[in-house]
Design a protein around this ligand. Structure first.
Ligand code: ASP
Length: 325
């Protein structure tokens, strides 16, 4: 499985490493944004996550609310051990611990998050439980795990044989080089619009492969990996979390849309905000997908190879994003 080295890779020809194969089954790249009818439910997700998107889309078509649909959709990838970037089977930290991060946000502006949770597969559902069952927004580490067990979640060993083998191979070099995952799937950020026109979203990840123990990226941070305002729209992020956090990327996109930018313009401006602080071509990927209340969609990334999934009217497509490089 291809994974992308994330830091200190300039000598390795980073551009070619960052370009995903043109075999993603993507629709052709287009400058125009997709426009969707207001009351038609739809789902957008980072990367090519057809099954997760379709599960969420079908749930919406059957009348589920946007948040329940999103949590159900991402649960598919959280349980999929072939996906080494989300949930069970996710790559461990450099000490061999699989720690998961997730957050949720609903149309009322309520949100919940769990950080660095071990042994629990469905962390998006757990983040929703934090939102609904506690007076808090964030639970981290052992406290989040304890809460999960109290809620009846079954503890599982999240380190699969193949993830363990890959980690052991990584350790042979002995360098601290966390890896970014730029494949046709990765951290899932998913935004759902239900039949009532309400938006909700979820972001779930195992974070950077071989990260330092305790490292948390943007994905479970409300405003960074996910943000939405039901009056304006929503945005989700994937890529190097440290850069997304520094610019509070998803919040920035929603605020730019509030000021009148289209989702496409807002995603581009948020990526440029990151790029302009770099000296030369960055050796990392960051990508955003956003939607507004008109049902317009935008996506943009630092490097090519990013795509997003769109489910609408019983049809799922994978659409290639434009990028700076
Ligand atoms: N954003 C995630 C993180 O920084 C990683 C990713 O999307 O690949 O933890």
């Amino acid at each position: 499985m291809k994974r992308r080295t994330f830091l200190d890779q300039s000598s390795l020809g980073v551009t070619s490493l960052l370009i995903a194969p043109h075999v993603l089954g993507c629709a052709p790249k287009t400058e125009t944004q997709a426009v969707i009818g207001k009351s038609t439910p739809y789902v957008i997700s980072t990367w090519n996550v057809a099954q997760a998107n379709t599960i969420a889309g079908k749930a919406l078509e059957e009348g589920a609310n946007a948040l329940d649909a999103a949590v159900a959709g991402v649960a598919f990838e959280e349980a999929n051990i072939q996906n080494t970037t989300v949930g069970k089977g996710g790559a461990p930290d450099r000490d061999g611990n699989v720690t998961l991060d997730a957050c949720v946000m609903n149309h009322l502006g309520d949100c919940g998050a769990v950080l660095a949770v071990e042994n629990i597969t469905h962390v998006a559902a757990l983040a929703k439980d934090v939102m609904e069952q506690t007076p808090h927004v964030i639970l981290a580490g052992t406290g989040a795990r304890k809460f999960a067990l109290e809620q009846g979640y079954t503890p599982e060993d999240l380190l699969t044989d193949s993830s363990k083998k890959a980690w052991e191979k990584w350790k042979e070099k002995g360098n601290y080089q966390p890896e970014i995952n730029v494949e046709n799937h990765d951290t899932i950020g998913m935004l759902c619009c239900d039949a009532k026109g309400n938006l909700s979203g979820v972001c779930t990840t195992s974070g950077l492969a071989y990260k330092m123990q305790g490292r948390v990226g943007d994905s479970p941070i409300i405003g960074s990996g996910l943000y939405l305002d039901n009056e304006v729209g929503g945005a989700v992020a994937t890529g190097l979390g440290e850069e997304v956090i520094k610019t509070v990327g998803s919040f920035l996109i929603v605020e730019l849309m509030r000021q009148g930018r289209t989702p496409q313009q807002a995603c581009e401006e948020a990526v440029q905000r990151i790029i302009k602080k770099q000296k030369g071509k960055p050796d990392f990927q960051v990508a955003y997908v956003a939607t507004n209340k008109k049902g317009e969609i935008g996506a943009y990334s630092v490097h090519s190879g990013f795509s997003y999934s769109l489910y609408k009217n019983q049809n799922n497509q994978n659409i290639e994003s434009n990028s700076v490089f």
